[in-house]
Design a binder for this molecule. Sequence first.
Ligand SMILES: [Zn+2]
Length: 80
Amino acid sequence: MAGKPGRKCTICGHPERAQIEAEVQAGATLRNVAQAHGVKLGAVFRHMKNHAFIAPIEKFEVEPEPVQEAPAGIDDDDIW
Ligand SMILES: [Zn+2]
């Protein structure tokens, strides 16, 4: 849940959502998947963490420091 009203998840609304999830699940890096589908890395990360139907993924290969709960006020759509 969450967020500010009006802000929706780019991936949830993406026509290739299932493909994006499948690729991440298959082991592609989030960065590569994001680039392949023209979405933000942060959006993929957040979606996979919070919205994906699939089994939990433990190996997120992201280079930035692990993103914990973002402090309130951070516009997490734009950090990456
Ligand atoms: Zn989502």
